[in-house]
Design a protein around this ligand. Structure first.
Ligand SMILES: Cc1cc2nc3c(=O)[nH]c(=O)nc-3n(C[C@H](O)[C@H](O)[C@H](O)COP(=O)(O)O)c2cc1C
Length: 452
C-alpha cells in the first residue's frame, strides 16, 4: 500500500491520534476561512482590472518616498524589536534578580497603548516647548540655535515609536521559546567550556530562531499596516499613499492596487527566509504536510499549462526511505540522511500542444519543473520547514528503481526538514550552514541588450 493510502495520523508527544473525519467543524472552518479571505481576495482581485490611470503618476510622485520611508521603518523595527525583545526575554528567563517577576509581565505593557498615543506623548515631551527642552534651556541658559536636539516627528522618530510599542511580539514569542529550551543543554555547553555569551549565541539563539523570526514578522506587519502614527508624524509611507489615493484623489481602484502591492511585502519576507540548510531537527513530517508542499508545486506555471512535473517521495520513517536515500551521492547522503523526507522531481519530455494531434518535444519541461521546485521550497518555508535541492544523485538508477516510464527526465532530489543545529554537521559543512549571498542585480539584469 502506498504511503498516501495510509489514514492520516499525527504524532503528538508520543501519542498517536487518528485524524477526525470531516464534519460540521470542517464546514464551519471553511466558512470562517472564506469570510476572512474576502478582503484579501478583493484587494488582489483589483489587479484583474487594468491598472488605474493614476497609478503611473503615483509611481513617479508619491511612491518613491513612500517606499523609502516604509523600508527605513521595516529595517529599524526589525533590528530594534529583535534586540529589545530577545534581550529582555533572555534576561527575565535566565537571570534571577529582585523584581524579575514584575518585569516578566510589565514588559508586555506597551501592547496596551497604540503607537500613535505613545507618539503623542513623546512628541509633547520632547518638542521645543515640552518639559525636556524647556529644562535644558533653563538649566544651561542656552537658546534653540545653541544646542542640538533630535527631531521626533521624523521617519526615525516613527521607527523608534514602533520599536517601543511592538517589541513585545518578539519578547512574548522569544520568552516562550527560551522557557521551552532544556536548561541541561546550556549546562552541557557551559561544562564543555562555552562562556554564558557563547552558549547563548550558539545554542539558545539558533534554537529560538523560528520564534524570533515569527515575532519580528508580526511586528513588521503591524509597522507596515500602521496609519495613525506615520500620519501624526507627517511621514509618507505606503499606507498614507493608499489613503491619499482613495480619499484625496477619489481613486478606489488605484488605492486597492497599491494595497495589493503592500500585501506583497509579506511575500518578500518569505523569499528572504528561504535558504538551503543541511542540518535538520529530528522532527518527522506527516504525509499531509508533505503533500501540502507538493500541492503548492501543482499550482506552478508551465508552458501551455502542460504541468510536466512528477514527484516520488519518501518520509524518513517509512520503508521507502532507504530506496530514495540510496540514490544520493555520498556527500549529499551524509547530511540528507537527517532530513524528514526526500522528493525526487521528474519532468515529462513530450507534451500535447493544444490543438495538436500528437505529443511533440517539450522545450521547457525542465524550466517548468524548476518553477515547481521553487513552489515547494517557498511553501515549505511558509510552513516553518526548509527544502534543499540536490543535483548530485544517480539519475539513471532513479528512473529504473522508482519505476518511471520512458519519456521522463530525473531533474533534482529535494531534502525536506526543519532547520536544525549546525553543530551536528562536520566542521567544513558547519561553515557553509548560512544563507548565501547573490550576484548584484546589475550583473544579471540588462535593459535592452545582454552585457557580458
Ligand atoms: C538544481 C540545484 C541543485 C543543487 N544541488 C546540490 C547538491 O547536490 N548538493 C548540495 O549540497 N546543494 C545543492 N544545491 C543547493 C545550492 O547549493 C544552494 O541552493 C545555493 O548555494 C544557494 O543557497 P540557498 O539555497 O541557501 O540560497 C542545489 C540547488 C539547486 C537549485
Amino acid at each position: 500500500m502506498a504511503d498516501t493510502d495510509v489514514p492520516a495520523r499525527r504524532r503528538s508527544g508520543g501519542v498517536e491520534r487518528r485524524s477526525q473525519p470531516a464534519g460540521p467543524i470542517v464546514v464551519i472552518a471553511g466558512v470562517v476561512a472564506v469570510v476572512i479571505s474576502i478582503p484579501v481576495t478583493s484587494i488582489f482581485g483589483a489587479w484583474l482590472s487594468p491598472p488605474s490611470p493614476n497609478l503611473w503618476h503615483l509611481v513617479e510622485t508619491l511612491l518613491p518616498e513612500a517606499v523609502e520611508n516604509t523600508l527605513i521603518l521595516v529595517a529599524m523595527v526589525a533590528v530594534g524589536t529583535g534586540l529589545i525583545g530577545v534581550g529582555t526575554a533572555w534576561i527575565v528567563t535566565q537571570c534571577s534578580f529582585p523584581g524579575v517577576r514584575l518585569f516578566e509581565w510589565a514588559l508586555l505593557l506597551p501592547f496596551a497603548m497604540p503607537a500613535y498615543i505613545i507618539g503623542y506623548a513623546y512628541t509633547a515631551m520632547l518638542a521645543f516647548p515640552g518639559p525636556v527642552q524647556s529644562w535644558i534651556r533653563a538649566t544651561f541658559g542656552v537658546t534653540r540655535d545653541q544646542y542640538w536636539f533630535p527631531e521626533v516627528a521624523t521617519v526615525w522618530g516613527a521607527g523608534a515609536m514602533f520599536t517601543l510599542v511592538f517589541y513585545p511580539y518578539v519578547y512574548l514569542l522569544s520568552r516562550a521559546a527560551f522557557l521551552e529550551q532544556s536548561g541541561s543543554t546550556i549546562e552541557v555547553a557551559r561544562t564543555l567550556g562555552r562562556s554564558p555569551w557563547g552558549a547563548f549565541l550558539t545554542i539558545s539563539l539558533p534554537l529560538a530562531r523560528p520564534a524570533i523570526a515569527a515575532g519580528i514578522a508580526l511586528a513588521l506587519m503591524e509597522t507596515i499596516a500602521d496609519f495613525g502614527t506615520v500620519h501624526f508624524f507627517g511621514q509618507h509611507t505606503l499606507t498614507t499613499a493608499i489613503y491619499r489615493t482613495w480619499m484625496g484623489m477619489g481613486d478606489r481602484l488605484g488605492s486597492l492596487q497599491l494595497s495589493a502591492g503592500l500585501l506583497s511585502f509579506a511575500l518578500l519576507l518569505l523569499f528572504l527566509e528561504r535558504w538551503s540548510p543541511r542540518a535538520f531537527t529530528a522532527d518527522e513530517i506527516s504525509t499531509a504536510q508533505l503533500l501540502s508542499f507538493l500541492e503548492a508545486a501543482r499550482w506552478a506555471p508551465s508552458s501551455y499549462n502542460s504541468q510536466p512535473w512528477r514527484f516520488v517521495f519518501a518520509r524518513r520513517e517509512t520503508p521507502h526511505w532507504g530506496r530514495l536515500l540510496g540514490l544520493l551521492n555520498e556527500f549529499n547522503a551524509s547530511w540528507a540522511k537527517g532530513a524528514a523526507a526526500l522528493v525526487i522531481v521528474f519532468s515529462k519530455l513530450d507534451m500535447l500542444v493544444p490543438g495538436a494531434a500528437e505529443e511533440t518535444p517539450a522545450y521547457h519541461h525542465s524550466f517548468d519543473a524548476g518553477a515547481a521546485w521553487l513552489s515547494i521550497a517557498l511553501q515549505a518555508t511558509r510552513s516553518g520547514w526548509h527544502a534543499h535541492a540536490m543535483a548530485a544523485f544517480d539519475k539513471e538508477r532513479a528512473l529504473a528503481e522508482l519505476g518511471v516510464p520512458a519519456g521522463f527526465r530525473a531533474e533534482v532530489a529535494i531534502a525536506l526538514g526543519k532547520a536544525g543545529n549546525a553543530e551536528k554537521l562536520s566542521a567544513a559543512l558547519q561553515a557553509r550552514e548560512v544563507p548565501s549571498q547573490r550576484e548584484p542585480l546589475e550583473r544579471i539584469a540588462f535593459e535592452g541588450r545582454f552585457r557580458a
